[in-house]
Design a protein around this ligand. Structure first.
Ligand code: GDP
Length: 199
């Protein structure tokens, strides 16, 4: 089974540092959120079925902007990775403002794919994002990344622990690996369902 997004055309629209940047036409937006190095670019490439697509999001000058990709019926919005220890203070303040402005006030937001590394307890910064998401009535899917690093039994243990820590239902979680393809097709299906509900 492959991701249903693989068969759809994808176009890079641009990098926008302002969370209010208007996109035309107006379509539902699915945002990708996660800490730096969680595997967000790899997952975006895997779900969209295109290697190198998300390279743009690691291009200097674009790591503090939202990078927008257009699919026929929606936009994928790659938000800057939070929690990068070596980022400058100015950069950190800039993308904190962008994340907050986007997640709290973006009216076209149709859903969030939130990425967490399956091996780690949610960090304080993850928990801060959880607060923001809880305040906003928007569907959230959680992708636990790098599942290939654990055996199947350990994956289930971590999923239950992380869901309990975040006080979120297990049904929202996807076990994913960009390396093995685990969970990628399912995640693609869930993204399309979120788009249809938002439209
Ligand atoms: P980003 O900073 O969140 O965009 O993360 P990247 O996609 O650039 O990945 C960060 C690091 O994690 C890289 O070294 C990737 O090779 C590695 N990585 C990403 N996804 C996976 C995965 O599914 N499994 C494993 N084992 N490593 C991964």
């Amino acid at each position: 089974m492959t991701s249903p997004l693989r068969d759809l055309p994808v176009e890079f629209i641009g990098s926008f540092p302002d969370p209010r940047a208007p996109l035309a036409p107006i379509l539902p937006e699915i945002a990708l959120l996660g800490r730096s190095n969680v595997g967000k670019s790899s997952l975006l490439n895997a779900v969209a079925g295109r290697q190198g697509l998300a390279r743009v999001s690691h291009t200097p000058g674009r790591t503090t902007a939202m990078n927008v990709f257009r699919l026929p019926e929606f936009y994928l919005v790659d938000l800057p990775g939070y929690g990068y220890a070596r980022a400058s203070k100015t950069d950190r303040e800039g993308f904190a403002k962008l994340l907050e402005g986007y997640l709290k006030r973006r009216t076209t937001l149709g859903g969030v794919v939130w990425l967490l590394d399956i091996r780690h307890e949610p960090s304080d910064q993850d928990l801060a994002q959880r607060e923001v998401l809880a305040e906003r009535e928007v569907p959230v899917l959680v992708a636990l990344t790098k599942a290939d690093k654990l055996g199947l039994a350990a994956q289930r243990v971590q999923l239950a622990a992380i869901a309990a820590r975040l006080e979120m239902p297990v049904s929202l979680f996807h076990l994913t690996s960009s390396r093995t393809g685990q969970g990628i097709a399912d995640l693609g299906e869930s993204i399309l369902s979120a788009v249809r509900e938002a439209a």
